[in-house]
Design a protein around this ligand. Structure first.
Ligand code: FES
Ligand SMILES: [Fe+2]
Length: 393
């Protein structure tokens, strides 16, 4: 994704102009008359740049994962909201996020995952920064062999820091630095899963998907269970439509839950459960969507997070990370059961991919520019669209 370097920062007027008054009005109607977002929101590069600036640029979103920087001195470069960022763990174990550009001539500072770092050295002219982002030395800065050893780091050009907070395994960033506290953003979800001690979870594995669809289709699909009977035979057998409810809305968070009678491989069977669950909690699953491209699910025996990264208007990358309880995440004895969870998620998501790619293709049709919705099932996907537009105001 590219950014418009020299043009003025876009504002709400740019968003409203691209959406058009009819689409804005249609989004706010009661659901039986409302329309989902118009095609431009799924197909236009200019719209995606507006999302980068107005949505990802100002909200909390997940830029990285703590398991990718397990040790002090680990660092990973990422591209998030179209920007090069650097995520690292400093000498004290704290997670820090910086813009991944050198303050001299703007070279990207770190271009691949690194470990054992004591210092960050730019590959171009070897300016060196501490893991706290402060500038330390500038070789030959004053002429041949006349090096600059920085004495007053506060007045020297250090790396530009980004506001970041860690919640369990997930590194949230807020580029503008002005979003409300992360705890407020997460609260509608957290208050529903207090029975589950997430600190007991450990990283177990990841499944990746490159998908030819807009990132919002992946999120909309994730939060609506309407398609389960048609797309997911195994999931439908696990919990049939008659036992499902439409996704619920709590402020900016969309969520759902179901109860199941009998656990199965990949969902609650054969792996250790969260400590202290009562019978009800041991037979249910929760899932949540936060509007800026992140969701997570909580089962008796695991947590799955779902991060969608916009790549282009018609492409996104999905990453599902699995966390199990205690030793089950890594011990060889649990390999088979662990693999069953990863396979379950891989299979389930592959059942969705062709469908959400077809949504992208449908958006090239002049016969469609935002559709009519099921008043029973589609409140949450409609709310997600409203939250995305509200986030750009
Ligand atoms: S661009 Fe980094 S030291 Fe010159
Ligand atoms: Fe699905």
């Amino acid at each position: 994704m590219e950014r418009q370097g020299s043009s003025p920062r876009p504002d709400w007027n740019d968003v409203a102009a691209m959406l058009g008054p009819d689409a804005l009005e249609a989004l706010d109607r009661p659901i039986d008359q409302a329309s989902s977002l118009p095609n431009v929101c799924y197909t236009s590069g200019a719209w995606q740049r507006l999302e980068q600036e107005r949505l990802f640029g100002r909200s909390w979103f997940v830029a990285g994962f703590t398991q990718d920087i397990p040790n002090n001195g680990d660092a990973v470069p990422v591209t998030a909201a179209g920007l090069p960022l650097l995520i690292l763990r400093d000498h004290d174990g704290a997670v820090r996020v910086f813009h991944n550009v050198c303050r001299h001539r703007g070279a990207v500072l770190v271009d691949k995952p690194c470990s054992g770092l004591k210092i960050l050295t730019c590959p171009y002219h070897a300016w060196a920064y501490g893991l706290d982002g402060s500038l330390r030395t500038r070789p030959h800065f004053h002429g041949g062999d006349r090096h600059d050893i920085v004495k007053d780091a506060a007045s020297a050009p250090g790396l530009a820091p980004i506001r970041a907070e860690v919640w369990h395994h997930w590194i949230f960033v807020n580029l503008s630095g002005e979003a409300p506290p992360l705890a407020d953003y997460l609260d509608p979800a957290l208050s529903r899963i207090e029975a589950y001690d997430l600190s007991a979870t450990r990283y177990a594995g990841t499944v990746h998907f490159d998908i030819q669809t807009n990132w919002k289709f992946a999120l909309e699909n994730y939060i609506e269970p309407y398609h389960v009977f048609a797309a997911h035979p195994r999931l439908h057998a696990f919990v049939p439509m008659a036992k499902r409810m439409p996704s619920q809305i709590d402020d900016h968070v969309m969520w759902n839950r179901y109860s199941f009678k009998k656990a199965e491989a990949g969902r609650g069977e054969g792996l250790p459960h969260f400590p202290g669950l009562d019978d009800e909690a041991a037979h249910q699953g929760f899932w949540f969507i936060l509007p800026t491209a992140f969701g997570f699910e909580v089962y008796p025996d695991h947590v799955a997070s779902f991060r969608v990264d916009p790549v282009a208007p018609d492409r996104c990358h999905e990453r599902i990370d699995i966390y199990l309880i205690g030793d089950a995440a890594t011990a060889p004895d649990w390999h088979e059961q662990r693999q069953a969870v990863l396979d379950m998620w891989d299979d389930l998501n592959h059942e969705d991919i062709g469908l959400i790619e077809s949504l992208q293709k449908g958006r090239s049709s002049p016969a469609y520019d935002g559709g009519r919705l099921s008043p029973y099932w589609d409140e949450a996907p409609l709310h997600l669209s409203r939250m995305i537009i509200d986030g750009m105001r």
